[in-house]
Design a protein around this ligand. Structure first.
Ligand code: LMR
Length: 401
């Protein structure tokens, strides 16, 4: 008996991770990987940041155990994570109306969120921003959701189209799920301002929608608390929502797969009940989370000195990306590349959306060895002195032709 494959046609490569595979196989000397959202330093290396090295040293000295973690991870980890997400003094934390589960990365958190929602009777419709991270539609549709989209950017591609965004959310049906990116929108680098977050929160309450906040870049925009503008919009009495955190970027723990799913419910009793269902979703998926990455995050966040060291590491990554934005914009303008580049210098997070056609993206890769994601999303952190000129002249060539 053969496997019940409907077709032996290979699936297309992943629109982001597939590019890194192709980049590695590219033997041309002059090439640039501006695709996957991974921080690199000026030498083109993704370093283990000093606070993580120190936490690993401390963990090694401790007599550990490789026994299973609880289904929802360690209580100490859950505590430091929710305090980081909301702030230790926030009413959501002090009232006990949230519960956090450790997950394998932010993607693991999103998938568990999807399973949890469908398992507990949520609407099968989820609204995603257009554009969004290419794995969002794949992840939620594989979990069983029907995808709808809300317009996110205006015609310039450089600002949130507030009225069309709000208009689309108003057309959602009560119970529909809405995915919102908390900060450093992927792929555009453009975030709603506090007034827009407040308006989004109002519509969510009015239309009885169920928000999931994808908070993969906390601290990569303006700072840990500053990046939580969305919280003021959503922290309303009775409004229940989910938050998916990733520590891949802000702790540079990409291959440790460490993240968290936090459920915020109307009260402590409801969150306790929700957690029982969340544990079923986790147990039936990967049983319980891996320990090492979570132990690093918990060690750092629970020791004031180490936490301060980490905040310096985080600021260093944030500042380099901001500096790269300016360098890139100046280089595009100096080279006379046609386009509206200036706003990119003021955007936040790892990504900028150049607004290229599929053909231009293909030409960048095939003719110039410059790897960018669809629509011309570039990882700004990937720009170095060694690849800047080549990237800019290649972008100019495909835009001008
Ligand atoms: C990205 O968008 O490049 C990152 O979030 C990495 C990934 O998993 O796609």
């Amino acid at each position: 008996m053969s496997l019940p494959l409907r077709s032996l046609t290979p699936a297309p490569p992943d629109p982001i991770l597939g590019l890194t595979e192709a980049f590695r196989a590219d033997t041309r000397p002059q090439k640039a990987n501006l695709s996957v959202g991974v921080y690199v330093n000026e030498a083109g290396v993704t370093p283990v940041i000093p606070s993580v090295l120190e936490a690993e040293r401390l963990l090694l000295e401790k007599a550990g155990s490789k026994g299973y973690l609880p289904i929802d991870g360690r209580p100490g980890y859950q505590k430091v994570v929710r305090e980081m997400v909301f702030g230790a003094d926030h009413e959501i934390v002090t009232s006990g109306r949230c519960a956090t589960a450790q997950t394998p990365g932010g993607t693991g958190a999103l998938r568990v969120a999807a399973d949890f929602l469908l398992q507990t009777g949520a609407s099968r419709t989820i609204w995603l921003s257009e554009p969004t991270w290419p794995n969002h539609p794949q992840l939620f549709s594989m979990a069983g959701f029907v995808i709808r989209t809300y317009p996110y950017l205006d015609g310039s591609g450089r600002q949130v189209d507030v009225s069309r965004l709000l208009g689309a959310l108003r057309s959602a049906v009560p119970g529909d799920v809405v995915l919102l990116q908390g900060s450093c929108h992927n792929p555009s680098g453009v975030d709603p301002d506090p007034e827009t977050w407040a308006a989004i929160g109002e519509i969510i309450v009015e239309r009885e929608l169920v928000p999931i906040v994808d908070f993969a870049y906390q601290g990569f925009g303006f700072g840990l608390r500053e990046d939580a503008d969305w919280l003021a919009g959503l922290a309303r009495p009775g409004l229940e929502f989910l938050v998916c955190s990733s520590f891949s970027k802000n702790f540079a723990l990409y291959n440790e797969r460490v993240g968290a799913l936090t459920i915020v419910a109307a009260d402590a009793a409801r969150v306790a009940a929700a957690l029982t269902h969340l544990k079923v979703a986790i147990r039936s998926n990967y049983s319980n989370p891996p320990a090492h990455g979570g132990d690093i995050v918990e060690t750092i966040l629970s020791r004031p000195e180490l936490r301060s060291r980490w905040e310096v590491d985080l600021a260093g990554m944030r500042d380099r990306i901001l500096g790269n934005r300016k360098i890139l914009v100046e280089a595009l303008i100096a080279a006379g590349v046609p386009g509206n580049w200036e706003p990119i210098a003021h955007q936040r997070g790892m990504f900028a959306l150049l607004g290229l056609s599929n053909e231009q993206v293909r030409r960048l890769r095939d003719e110039f060895g410059v790897y960018v994601v669809g629509k011309g999303r570039i990882n700004v952190a990937g720009i170095t002195a060694a690849n800047l000129d080549h990237a800019v002249s290649s972008i100019k060539a495909v835009i001008e032709d």
